[in-house]
Each structure stands twice: as structure tokens, then as C-alpha cells.
Design a protein around this ligand. Structure first.
Ligand SMILES: C[S@@+](CC[C@H](N)C(=O)[O-])C[C@H]1O[C@@H](n2cnc3c(N)ncnc32)[C@H](O)[C@@H]1O
Length: 234
């Protein structure tokens, strides 16, 4: 199932774990930290004892969840790229978050396991095509308990045309050179700069979440629509 696309993505991320966080903070002027914090607050509001962060990468979202969670909450961070996931072990959340290496096509958990499933800045990577994204959202839904919440933080498309164009210019001009300077990888950041302008506007992603079987889908746009948090209920 999309094995070659997934292999390519895995390879890209295995080249950049050490500099991934720094480049995110530089490119977003630190806003990514605030956006993840906001998503984690929504998880806290929902509550429950078992949370899963899929496509967790170096664990920054898992870290925000860890700060927002009550002590009884158990958090699992899942990713199919071990070098990215291993970075979590060096962070404070490394002691409280369980790591799981898996492709999110088939999550190694029983139906109805989690109260909350989160994903941040990775839905673009799962969107090999619309069918694949729908299937993967369906898999996240499967492992949520009935009434459980899915929280999706991702770059989006600003509504104002002039701002959207300026954002796309910024991505085209800055992501590749900054990514290359700090990580040494041209391909990784070429890939990121390709996916951001092509991702769905928030309203379209809302429709896809309904199509995947979720209920009560809602979204809030962040920083003039550069990013958006979607929430959806099983
Ligand atoms: C852009 S990073 C996002 C990391 C982190 N969530 C964040 O907020 O910075 C995308 C991550 O998704 C992972 N990923 C992409 N496709 C995946 C898949 N099919 N299954 C599991 N992980 C996947 C990659 O390995 C990478 O670590």
C-alpha cells in the first residue's frame, strides 16, 4: 500500500532528525510551539487516560501533550521513522511517553483504545492521494474510543488571497535554502516546500474528516490561516 511513497518519506525524515526542531522554529518564528500548545490544550480539555500522537517525529507534539496532561494520562508517540522517534528519548517527555515504531496505515492497537489521537504537521505526508488519506483517518478513528477526539494540527491555506500568495512565496523562497543550510539535505526541504502550498484549505479538510466517518468536525484557523487545528469526534 503506497510502499514506495512511504519509503521515500521515511528516507527523507531519516536524514534530518537532529536539525528538524530547530528548522521548524526558525521557519515559523517559533509559532509552531504556540500552535502545538494550543492543540495540546484541546486534548487536555477532552481528558481521558490514553492519548496517542501519530507521526510524532521528534516528539514536540508529544512534549506539548505531556505538559498539558494529568499525571495519570498515558501517552504513546508513534512514527515509522526510528531516527526521528529516537530524538524523544533526549527530551524531558522521553521518560513519560511510550514509543512505538509503526506505519500509521495499520496501527498496532485494538479498536476503541484511545481517548485522544493527535497529529501535527504530518497529515500532508499522509496525503499520498485522497483515498489513502481517508483510509488513514479511518484507522485513527478505529483506535479512538466512541466519543474520543481526533486533533489535527497542520499548515493550511490563508483565506485572504494576497496573504496566501505571500505565504506561498515565503515557502518557495525560504524553506529550501534554510532547510539546506541547517540540515544539509536538499531533498527533504524541497519535499516540504512542495507539499505546503498544495495542501487542502481548512474547509476541504473538514469535508474529508466527515467523509472518513468522524462527527462534529470543527476547525480554527491560526495566524491568519497559515495553520489550522481540526477537531473531530468518533
Ligand atoms: C513533518 S514530521 C512531523 C513531526 C511532528 N509531529 C511535529 O509536529 O513536528 C512528519 C512525521 O511523520 C512521519 N510519517 C510520515 N508518514 C508516516 C506513516 N505513514 N506512518 C508513520 N509515520 C509517518 C515521518 O516519519 C515524520 O517523522
Amino acid at each position: 500500500m503506497n510502499r514506495s511513497a512511504d519509503n521515500g518519506i521515511q528516507e527523507i525524515f531519516s536524514k534530518i532528525p537532529k536539525t528538524y526542531d530547530l528548522i521548524n522554529h526558525i521557519l515559523t518564528f517559533g509559532l509552531d510551539i504556540l500552535w502545538r500548545k494550543k492543540a495540546a490544550k484541546l486534548a487536555r480539555k477532552h481528558g481521558g487516560e490514553r492519548w496517542l500522537d501519530v507521526c510524532s517525529g521528534t516528539g514536540d507534539m508529544a512534549g506539548s501533550l505531556y505538559k498539558a496532561a494529568l499525571p495519570k494520562t498515558r501517552i504513546v508517540a508513534l512514527d515509522f521513522c526510528l531516527p526521528m522517534l529516537k530524538e524523544i528519548e533526549r527530551k524531558p517527555q522521553g521518560k513519560r511517553v511510550s514509543l512505538c515504531v509503526s506505519n500509521c496505515n495499520a496501527l498496532p492497537f485494538a479498536d476503541n483504545t484511545f481517548d485522544v489521537v493527535t497529529i501535527s504537521f504530518a497529515t500532508r505526508n499522509l496525503n499520498i492521494d485522497r483515498e489513502t488519506l481517508l483510509r488513514r483517518f479511518g484507522e485513527f478513528r478505529r483506535v479512538l474510543k466512541p466519543g474520543g477526539k481526533f486533533i489535527n494540527l497542520e499548515t493550511s491555506q490563508p483565506l485572504a488571497k494576497w496573504f496566501r500568495e505571500a505565504f506561498h512565496w515565503y515557502i518557495a523562497l525560504m524553506v529550501k535554502p534554510i532547510g539546506y543550510i541547517f540540515s544539509g539535505s536538499k531533498t527533504a526541504y524541497a519535499y516540504l516546500s512542495y507539499t505546503i502550498p498544495r495542501f487542502f484549505p481548512a474547509q476541504e479538510l473538514e469535508k474529508i474528516l466527515y467523509q472518513a466517518g468522524f462527527k462534529k468536525v470543527d476547525f480554527s484557523q491560526l495566524t491568519f490561516g497559515i495553520s489550522a487545528i481540526h477537531t473531530a469526534v468518533k
